[in-house]
Design a protein around this ligand. Structure first.
Ligand code: GLA
Length: 383
């Protein structure tokens, strides 16, 4: 990867890149749509990543090349703004803009981007690029910003340049990941702990529906505001409740349910999911993987019927595996409306599972099924 990127960078810009940064995509074991409600999540960085090769310039030109798309984009530092028609430059420009917002002098730069995180698969391909950009520029500009602060800069890049009001999970996992560990992250305090995730004989299998989530960003923002509506209804009676993290089922029943049926349905999922995450962590600590897997199936039911962010293709894949003894747990993952399911599967049975699920899915849904066995790797790093 490194030599190939260096070679292509040289062909484009006629000099060597100063730095190449790798920043991974992520999985999330459980705790979905919990981050922007200040709850806990359990993500990990994976072996699929974005790579950015960068060098600073003497002038203020910004030249970007997306290797895999064979596309280029140029602008200047003083013209930094979100662009409408293509998305990938926004993740880099949005990352760069965060330095200016901190009144840090930013010269122009040349960059080449490549990534093997599948786009639109719910594996946070955009967070990977944002984190890679912020990390690389922090290094080149010698600004010494710490990792957690860089996570929040990468998140702002998504808010301000991609228009998705995402929570903190994806960028946190990409930047902070550690090999063979999941991150138990409290999205309210940003306190976190690494939890070993080395399941004997079990692998993480990702099944990609190949449904591109066109609804994803608008519906995502809608879910976020539905959760806030529930919080506001509770606040009339309990002003101390600042997010669904502070809400109880009783509060939802009493103050949300009679007033706003949709907000109740959404917030009930979130509050139940927060409880489920703690149960799942408890089972993981006791090495009771079967019970943890059950929690994942329950999360899927909630995401599909209460939170309504699934789609028929995701439901098909989870239904297909739910009674198979070799599948310990499965659910849709990420924002929803397409992308991947995450499955914990007995390693020895993966091949035969793929042999049966792939043709069945393709015949039933008329779409190809891609699959990846994900390993848990380190977060953002210089290579
Ligand atoms: C997307 C967002 C995350 C998180 C998940 C749902 O991946 O970027 O912040 O909200 O959806 O859990």
């Amino acid at each position: 990867m490194k030599t190939q990127l260096e070679k292509l960078f040289f062909e484009k810009y006629h000099h060597q890149p100063t730095i190449i940064v790798r920043s991974p995509g992520r999985v999330n074991i459980i705790g979905e749509h919990a981050d922007y409600n200040n709850g806990f999540v359990l993500p990990a960085a994976i072996d699929k990543a974005a790579y950015i090769a960068i060098s600073l310039r003497d002038d203020n030109e910004i030249n970007l090349t997306a290797l895999d798309l064979n596309e280029q984009f140029s602008t200047t530092v003083d013209q930094l703004k979100p662009i409408g028609d293509i998305s990938w430059p926004n993740y880099i420009l949005g990352g760069a803009a965060q330095f200016l917002k901190r009144s840090i002098q930013l010269p122009g730069f040349n960059a080449v981007l490549t990534s093997d995180v599948p786009i639109g698969a719910g594996l946070s391909s955009s967070a990977a690029v944002e984190c890679a950009t912020v990390f690389a520029l922090n290094h080149l500009l010698q600004t010494n910003i710490d990792r957690v602060e860089m996570v929040s800069m990468a998140q702002k890049a998504e808010h301000e340049y991609a228009g998705v009001m995402c929570g903190i999970m994806d960028q946190f996992a990409s930047m902070m990941g550690k090999a063979n560990q999941v991150i138990k992250l409290d999205c309210r305090s940003l306190e976190f702990e690494y939890v070993p995730f080395n399941l004997e004989g079990i692998k993480i299998l990702l099944l990609n529906t190949n449904v591109k989530h066109s609804l994803a960003s608008s519906e995502y923002n809608t879910r976020r505001s539905e959760c806030m509506q529930a919080v506001e209804l509770i606040q009339h009676h309990h002003p101390e409740v600042l997010s669904l993290r502070d809400a109880t089922v009783e509060m939802l029943e009493q103050f949300v349910k009679p007033n706003n049926a949709i907000a109740y349905q959404r917030s009930r999922f979130v509050v139940d999911e927060m409880k489920r995450l703690h149960e799942a962590c408890h089972f993981l600590a006791k090495n009771d993987i079967a019970s943890m897997g059950e929690c994942m199936f329950e999360t899927h039911i909630g995401l599909s019927s209460q939170y309504e962010v699934s789609c028929k293709e995701l439901d098909y894949l989870v239904d297909f595996v739910k009674d198979k003894p070799e599948v310990i747990g499965a659910r849709m993952m990420g924002g929803g409306f397409g992308g991947c399911t995450i499955n914990l599967v007995l390693e020895d049975e993966i091949e035969s599972l793929i042999k049966s699920i792939k043709p069945a899915y393709e015949a039933a849904m008329g779409l190809p099924l891609d699959y990846y066995i994900a390993t848990i790797e380190n977060g953002t790093e210089v290579i």
